[in-house]
Ligand binder design. Structure first.
Ligand code: ARG
Length: 460
């Protein structure tokens, strides 16, 4: 009964260790719904071209429904002697229908079957992830709206640079994740192509109607070349690349939030629900969710390399190496879903600590560029103003002063162009709002971005 469906050519059955080595059920059993969906479409097409009678088709469709039920309920367990999801489900159909069940594989190979199942599976997985990225983008937009009036130091080289709106920070990640969303959409479009009918590699002598199965399975178009069809895995690489850039972004964001939650920075309070304590130190509140997000990045990035390395140098067309194409991708799907499920409520639950941010705004001479540009407005060439303000910063550090502490005489010692109005520019909030360049941190610009962001989310 558990004879392989291809056993006719063989005098002996495979060694037990070979069966274990060969099976792919631990991963491809997840594709059972898509496999049954593919078989239904294929069966309908075989009826459409006169290979199955109406009666036969109905029996097959009913049996496939029952099999789905059996797998859903867990009453049908796959057998490793039957290698993979495709042969397990087909064997069950034959078990139920006898010779009629044996007709379903007419004109079909596991090579175009697995391509079909996988593309169906990836369309759904990609759509699910897109939905979660959208929720995350909404959370970022809401944060930006809430935190637009909070001024924080902006950093380059992790050194104080210029003051920015915290809303501007959130919008920076909004745009990064919007591009990730577009990359997932592009991966979806590449995936949305019907492979069924390519056969093992060369098509079929039977008059298979690929347009019929395409329509039935909801693919946009048919693949153009059967050799390409059974060997193509680059739609998966595209998905993995989209996932990789996404996790590069989530890990960078996590890193900032981890730093901001330290007592040294103390810019934000993380929600308790996404932190953990220490088994020894009662005082600890650790940002574990963010650290895990940073850590899980490696598993996703290696998924992309895993599949690229698998594909490198493979001759056309199908090679069994390709069976290893599911393990990394399924792992990536699982990880990306979890990351988004955690980060969305985590980001929404952050509380900015304005009181403890304030002292940071007086450190690091965040307004040095503003002072230099003030002198530019007094007609001093920028390179000179840069030097003047640099010297002023040196002077302040030496004498433990901030810009606010300087007397007008001290300012004028460095440049005669300084006037009393220099004190008017020394507000971080004003410094933020002066940066009205398109895409700058001024609140007017952040509001424009938020509006633009809302328009984009409506389209997706
Ligand atoms: N389990 C195989 C896979 O996932 C199905 C295709 C097998 N084809 C073959 N010629 N052995 O790739």
């Amino acid at each position: 009964k558990n004879k392989a469906l291809w056993s006719g050519r063989f005098a002996e059955s495979p060694a037990e260790i070979m069966q274990k080595y060969s099976q792919s059920l631990d991963v491809d059993w997840h594709l059972y719904k898509e496999d049954l969906q593919g078989s239904k479409a294929h069966g309908k097409m075989l009826h459409h071209i006169g290979i199955l009678s109406e009666e036969e088709l109905q029996q097959i469709l009913t049996a496939l429904e029952e099999i789905q039920e059996e797998v859903d309920q867990g009453t049908l367990q796959p057998k490793i002697s039957l290698e993979d999801v495709h042969m397990n489900l087909e064997a069950r159909l034959i078990e139920k229908l006898g010779p009629l069940g044996a007709k379903i594989h007419t004109g079909r190979s596991r090579n175009d079957q697995v391509a079909t199942d996988y593309r169906l599976y990836m369309k759904k997985a990609t759509n699910d992830i897109k939905g979660k990225v959208l929720l995350f983008l909404e959370a970022l937009l809401q944060r930006a709206e809430k935190d637009i009036d909070v001024v924080i130091p902006g950093f380059t080289h992790l050194q104080h640079a210029q003051p920015i709106s915290l809303g501007h920070y959130w919008m920076a990640y909004f745009w990064k994740f919007t591009r990730d969303l577009k990359r997932f959409q592009a991966a979806y479009d590449t995936t949305n192509v019907n492979p069924l009918g390519a056969g093992a590699l060369a098509g079929s002598t039977l008059p298979l109607d690929r347009e019929f199965t395409r329509e039935e399975l909801g693919f946009e178009v048919n693949t153009q070349n059967s050799l390409d069809t059974v060997s193509d895995r680059d739609y998966l690489l595209e998905f993995l690349f989209a996932a990789s850039t996404l996790v590069l972004h989530t890990s960078g964001l996590s890193e900032d939030l981890i730093i901001w939650s330290t007592s040294e920075f103390d810019f934000i309070e993380l929600p308790d629900a996404f932190c953990t304590g220490s088994s020894m130190m009662p005082n600890k509140k650790n940002p574990d969710a963010l650290e895990l997000t940073r850590g899980k990045t490696s598993g996703v990035l290696s998924g992309l390399y895993d599949l690229m390395i698998n594909i490198k140098g493979l001759p056309l067309t199908y090679n069994r190496d390709l069976q290893e194409d599911k393990r990394p991708v399924l792992h990536v799907i699982h990880t990306v879903n979890m990351i988004l499920d955690v980060l969305t409520p985590l980001v929404a639950g952050i509380t900015p600590k304005e009181e403890s941010i304030k002292p940071h705004l007086n450190k690091g001479f965040l307004l040095a560029t503003d002072v230099a540009e003030y002198l530019v407005s007094k007609n001093v060439p920028f390179r000179e103003t840069h030097e003047i303000v640099g010297n002023l910063v040196q002077y302040c550090i030496k004498h433990h002063k901030t810009f606010e502490d300087l007397t007008i005489e001290e300012w004028q010692n460095y440049c005669a162009a300084f006037e009393k109005d220099v004190y008017d520019i020394l507000s971080p909030q004003l410094a933020v709002d002066r940066r009205k360049t398109f895409g700058g941190t001024a609140r007017s610009e952040v509001n424009r971005q938020i509006q633009e962001g809302k328009n984009i989310l409506e389209v997706f």
